[in-house]
Design a protein around this ligand. Sequence first.
Ligand SMILES: CC(C)(COP(=O)(O)OP(=O)(O)OC[C@H]1O[C@@H](n2cnc3c(N)ncnc32)[C@H](O)[C@@H]1OP(=O)(O)O)[C@@H](O)C(=O)NCCC(=O)NCCS
Length: 430
Amino acid sequence: MSNPMVCIDAKSVLHGILEPDAFGGAPPHWEAATAAVPAGLPGFLDSATLSARRAAAGLPAERDAALRDVAAAVAHDPALRQFAWYLHWRVFVAPEHGVPWGPPALTRRLADRAGLFYELLALEFPARLAAWHQRQGYPLSVTAETVQQIASFEGNHLRGEGRPGIYGSQFAWLAMYLVNPYVRLGRFEYMLTMHHGVNARKHTQGGQVLALADEGTRVAETGLCLPGDAPADAGWIARLEETPEAVTGFPIDPAGRILRRQVRLNVGAWTPCLKKGMPVLDLHIPAGGGMSWSAVTESFAKALDFFPRHHPDRPFVAVVCRTWFLDPQLTTLLPADANVLRLQRAVYLVPVSPDRNGLWFVFLRDVVHTDPAALPRDTALRRALADFLNAGGKWNGGGMFLLREEMPSPREGVYRALQSEFCNTEAGEI
Ligand SMILES: CC(C)(COP(=O)(O)OP(=O)(O)OC[C@H]1O[C@@H](n2cnc3c(N)ncnc32)[C@H](O)[C@@H]1OP(=O)(O)O)[C@@H](O)C(=O)NCCC(=O)NCCS
């Protein structure tokens, strides 16, 4: 029997799946993926093992019929099958080739079954993750926790589309777990990585922590970062100068805004505590469930135990995060005791280059291209944010860091209290 998957070039496949512009019309690594096509039916289309793989992914048994149906449709369509193999190969066989960003929605070809196409492919995740984790020596319980992301992704699709499935972009993200120390521990996920955000220094005697804006940061009058496409004359530009004796720059208020007041730090008194290239834990928040204070502290405790045990050669200096709910504008929209605001106060907020679509995680749709008046308003958070956007507000998102020494017992206001003395004074040497 001939192999229906070989010898179909990328252009014909994209045409066949009605997505000629996917991956800019030229999917990276196409030839390498095609060269690895198996002779028979690929395992991800095998209906005999489907129930077991679905169960391992933590999805309910009632998904089986629909997943079998989409598997059969893919198996019998050479273009879809070749495309499915390509994605499978990029994410699971050769994840080191990078996340295949921008997979197409496939709704033209598969209509309501498009999300199930990606869910079917995602069933490969538990086995691949288990193999990677085994090589890292991670406990089985951590693998099981991390696999919960599949059900969490399905939850997003259920809330967003009203039917089971997984969004293509979230499917593609699965590659990240297979090439990084990246695990779920309690409420949060953590990826051990290298810091690429702002640098911060700590006072050797007083213990104050101060972050300075990066050289050349374009700052709005609000103290938040300007978007890359802002007019050339908008806002102002932060400078940062380092000499062997001193660092001169614009401080970031721990409440998340850059202050237009230059300070000069004597490097003898201020030592780096967070610097680009240092190991950090990049925090991610899977959907599903809130973010109570105990969930935060319990998860931090697990991270403090796990990473030194498994990666002693890469001692992390801080937990960092960049997401929609670290935008300081949220303080005016939610009650002070909201979980996300409690977390904001316990960390050092730093402004980031705006991610206008960061609210995807709240509305589960392209917010930039949706009329704010048409956004769903079924929860308190959605109503507050929709009102903000409807009134012409722009969402920036934000970033944060929390130094490792604060993680065992995070405290609201910890950086703000230490900070207020010089964030409220005139420019000068400190
Ligand atoms: C981040 C997160 C855990 C914060 O949750 P929280 O502040 O503890 O939220 P609560 O459970 O206290 O909910 C407060 C209100 O906001 C609503 N809400 C919270 N998160 C919501 C979301 N992502 N989408 C829609 N509504 C949301 C709740 O329904 C509730 O409204 P209600 O009282 O009308 O029911 C939560 O928003 C979430 O799970 N988000 C999805 C994942 C995410 O955003 N990850 C970040 C990207 S890395």
